[in-house]
Design a protein around this ligand. Structure first.
Ligand SMILES: CC(C)(COP(=O)(O)OP(=O)(O)OC[C@H]1O[C@@H](n2cnc3c(N)ncnc32)[C@H](O)[C@@H]1OP(=O)(O)O)[C@@H](O)C(=O)NCCC(=O)NCCS
Length: 553
């Protein structure tokens, strides 16, 4: 069950934000920044009470009604992720509607501080779009956006600088919270515990150039990113600091330009070769309108962008995540912004196209979403991955000769039974293949038997491509597919590869021909003379409420 923080749910406001982000003209905001913007870290300070156990900003009450067994299990589940994320670099995007909502911002920063405490190197790219809209609204000016950039005249630029400074100070303040003196003393701490646990730095890391006049529109002080001083950022991260990036860029002549936060974040993540780009939203509109699943391969995410480009953004839940990537040219879909597409999605895809292994889109209103996403298998946001399942896809008729070639040596040495061309064609719908450089290097079939059972068959990695983890990736993919089909029980027959499957959670279940654990329809085709062993695995079910579960980190 997800708990939402007190973020806005008003759809009118969200639609405005949506239109603005998709590059349409924005309407004026009347709400007063001053009225909403008296942000202090009071609520957070209250949370960091006498029970805080360390000198980081963690509001943990170990006696606070947490089921001890549940806590221990959660901690065990989290441990491999803690290890894996240590020393990784994560770039976060906190857009204006997140940095302007103190409840949402508080929760996110609290969990960012925990990640920092666990050794993750963190860059925060913070947007100020909403705050600038509000400031301009108060001054009777209108915000105008074209092609995803704010048309930044002198008045707008003043607003950008004011809002940027205010948000920076606000975030620094929230990350400076320390446990109470009483808590420190109780745990035997000394003066050093009274220093802020998180050091935050910011600076002139973004080089920019004027966007200039495009199609007759003078963007004035709007800028495009020319470069990021990654060495300086790396060195600050190496010193244990969180690096705070605004959307303000500087020209070689000392001019100050208003850049787009998503462009800044995407380029930073790419140039740092960050492990993750994490984009927060302040609502679930993106998830419901696009029916975003728990994970998307890079290819599927690009197909989604391609579909939005062709058909526009659905007004309501688009109902299906079935994607057809044959209609679009993926190479054109690596830009940080694409017409009509949500920036969270395009930024994530762009980062993954250029070296970032995984990107995440998270609804910042969900209590603890960052920790859930980082330290549980299925997470609660949407993950886009460039590193897993790359080249893995359903087989098609053109793959038949390549699959036959892959199976042939194993048929020859007796590991697999020969499949006639007719049988292979009739089972083709169940086959998955892994393609590398236009060559099929692995295949496997997942054949359903009834509603909750399926057989894993013809599981092969080509001899020249073994021992590089492809077998594991393929098996994970097969298990994912099985889960999403509602399958609970997998079985397979093997003569020579029992150990490999046993190490991956399959359990021996006797000889296949004599088994009653698999459908009779199947056993009657088993050749008793082969003495094939039966192996079974019960699949853990996905924990998320949305389809799909994930593997890896
Ligand atoms: C089994 C197979 C799919 C693994 O593919 P892979 O891409 O090499 O798998 P991974 O890289 O994920 O794992 C490789 C590890 O499995 C081990 N392994 C390979 N074949 C094994 C076997 N028959 N029994 C036990 N372990 C085996 C390797 O030694 C390696 O371990 P190491 O890295 O510690 O040395 C591949 O070896 C293969 O296609 N074998 C022939 C086909 C086959 O037997 N299919 C099963 C039909 S039921």
């Amino acid at each position: 069950e997800m708990r939402l923080r007190g973020g806005r749910t008003g759809t009118k406001d969200m639609r405005r934000t949506w239109r603005r982000r998709c590059g349409c003209k924005s309407v004026q905001r009347n709400e007063s920044l001053a009225a909403k913007g008296q942000k202090k870290s009071a609520s957070w300070t209250q949370k960091v009470g006498p029970t805080a156990a360390t000198n980081s900003n963690i509001s943990v009450d170990l006696n606070g009604g947490l089921d001890p067994l549940h806590f221990a299990r959660s901690f065990r589940q989290a441990y491999p992720y803690i290890e894996k994320h240590r020393n990784s670099t994560f770039v976060f995007v906190l857009p204006g509607e997140v940095s302007a909502d103190e409840n949402v911002l508080d929760g996110i920063l609290q969990d960012v501080a925990i990640l920092h405490g666990l050794g993750v190197r963190i860059v925060l790219a913070v947007g100020i779009g909403q705050q600038v809209d509000e400031l301009l609204g108060m001054r009777g000016k209108q915000s105008v956006f074209m092609d995803g950039y704010r048309v930044t005249d002198a008045a707008a630029m003043r607003g950008v600088m004011e809002a940027s400074g205010a948000v920076r100070v606000d975030i620094e303040a929230r990350l400076s919270v320390i446990p109470t003196v009483a808590a420190v003393r109780r745990h035997g701490g000394n003066r050093e515990f009274l220093e802020p646990a998180v050091k935050v730095v910011s600076g002139n890391y973004i080089r920019a150039k004027r966007r200039g006049v495009v199609n007759g529109v003078d963007f004035s002080h709007a800028g495009e990113v020319r470069g990021i001083d990654v060495e300086a950022i790396r060195s600050q991260l190496g010193r244990g600091c969180i690096v705070l990036l605004s959307n303000i860029g500087y020209t070689a002549t000392g001019e100050v330009l208003n850049c787009n936060t998503y462009e800044v974040a995407t380029q930073t993540a790419q140039m740092l070769q960050a492990q993750k780009l994490i984009c927060f939203t302040n609502g679930d509109e993106l998830f419901t309108r696009l029916n975003l699943p728990a994970w998307l391969t890079l290819k599927d995410a690009q197909a989604l962008i391609g579909r939005i480009l062709l058909e526009g953004l659905p007004e309501t839940n688009c109902g299906s995540t079935t994607l057809d990537d044959s209609k679009c040219d993926n190479s054109a879909l690596c830009q940080w912004q694409v017409r009509n597409c949500p920036l969270e999605l395009t930024a994530c895809v762009s980062a993954c196209c250029d070296g970032v292994a995984r990107s995440h889109i998270l609804d910042g209103r969900v209590e603890g979403i960052l920790l859930q996403e980082m330290f549980t298998r299925d997470g609660v946001g949407c993950m886009i991955s460039a590193d897993i399942y790359e080249g893995t896809r359903k087989a098609s008729a053109e793959d038949v000769p390549a699959i036959e070639k892959l199976l042939e040596p194993l048929v020859e040495n007796g590991t697999l039974l020969r499949r006639s061309r007719e049988r292979l064609l009739s089972e083709l719908q169940y086959f998955t293949v892994v393609e590398r450089d236009f060559k099929i290097v692995a295949c496997a079939a997942l054949i359903p038997w009834g509603s909750d059972t399926a057989e894993v068959a013809a599981f092969v990695v080509s001899a020249g491509y073994r021992r590089e983890g492809r077998g594991d990736v393929l098996l994970d993919y097969i298990e994912q597919s099985a889960r999403s089909m509602g399958i609970r029980k997998l079985f397979l027959l093997t003569t020579r590869t029992a150990d490999w499957f046993e190490m991956r959670g399959f359990k021996a279940a006797g000889y296949a021909h004599a088994s009653r654990d698999i459908p009779h329809e199947r056993t009657k085709h088993v050749d008793p003379l082969r003495n094939s062993q039966l192996y079974m695995k019960i699949l853990e079910q996905a924990t998320g409420s949305r389809p799909g579960s994930r593997i890896g980190f």
